[in-house]
Design a protein around this ligand. Sequence first.
Ligand code: ATP
Length: 412
Amino acid sequence: MKNAGIISVGTEIMRGKIDDTNSTFIARWLKDCGIKLKFRLSVEDEINDIVSAIKYIEECDLIILTGGLGPTKDDLTREALSKFLNKKLVFQENEWEKLKYFFNKYIKIPIADSNKQQVELIEGGEFLRNDNGTAPGMFCNVNNKIFILLPGPPKENQPMIKNYLFPKLKESGFITGDIYTRVFRLYNIGESTVADFFKDFNEEIEIGYYFTQTGWVEIHLSKFITTSDDLDKIQPIIKKAENILTDNKVFFTEDKDLSQLVLELLIKNNQTISFAESITGGNISGEFVKNPGSSKALLGSIVSYSNESKQKLLCVSEESLLKFGAVSEEVVKEMVIGLKKTIGSDICVSISGIAGPDGGTEQKPVGLVYFGFMFGDKLIVKKEIISGVRSRIIVRCINYVYVEILKWLNSK
Ligand code: ATP
């Protein structure tokens, strides 16, 4: 088994100003790649300290350094590695042209001469492209020992690891397999509840739970595999995870947006859809049209807030609005029937609710939402009380609508 060491470079780390999350991320990634992590070190932005750290772990097959690749005087990682390897740093004219173009186009400030050090390459090394910043990474294979330099910011180094370092390590034969990952998206459920379902799931696979800002929980099952046999062995484990979710009546999907899954099924079944949105202000439709080809299924939408517009555009009766209020079972029912009359799609959806923070009462609190669905001629009205702040309530309404439609389409 190959082994590795990580050195995180930065005075900010040594003084406790920032947490060394790079090492944690890389440690997990190495594990996923089947590489044993032997050392995790941190050093200041001091050239001699960086060299000492490399010397300390020089027995490792793979040595990864993060941070200190910027344009300033205290960015010394490149220089330290060149000193350790006793190889020159060579200025790369073509990379400099690319960097100048990047500054001109995206940063819109004149490039400084100090940036030149970012395009100096250690003799025999290769750059690793940085799609999210100015400092390229570096890959040096010296007698089958690999040295990697990565920029400090996680948003720069994580995509670099995935998109450029991993393929490079595979290409050079250092990694002889692949990371298989299966993602489940779970809706209307908390991360801890999910973790609880899996407390007795002790399989030979990495499991991670992630709560996304967009309102769902993701389960990632991943394993480093080297043969098709390995892949076959994983399948029963994936099935077991799926069964846990099904047994606990959890709604889950593959790693795709709900609206995309809905669109795919609508197109497959040759069906159309429309929305009458109150609380979500057009965001359900907005989500739908993010998907290319959405006009094949979406006939139209009505965003209706005032009572007058509900009457005019959706034929809601004044009597119901006065008697039950705009946020009521009766009104969403009339909204969806009105939508069916006006637009006539196969599936019609209406929604009305109180997103807050104002406007709630004891009988109708913030978070109260009514949903109306017409699947063909079948009318269904649902009521939910959704907790959270305004933005979260709106996101959960959108997810709720798509989950209900998906459940219906899947049951056909
Ligand atoms: P830049 O080109 O942005 O200067 P750099 O490669 O020189 O990148 P540093 O200057 O060392 O990197 O760090 C830049 C920022 O990256 C830090 O302020 C911090 O936000 C983040 N960072 C650096 N090292 C780490 C680390 N080990 N873990 C998490 N974040 C880090």
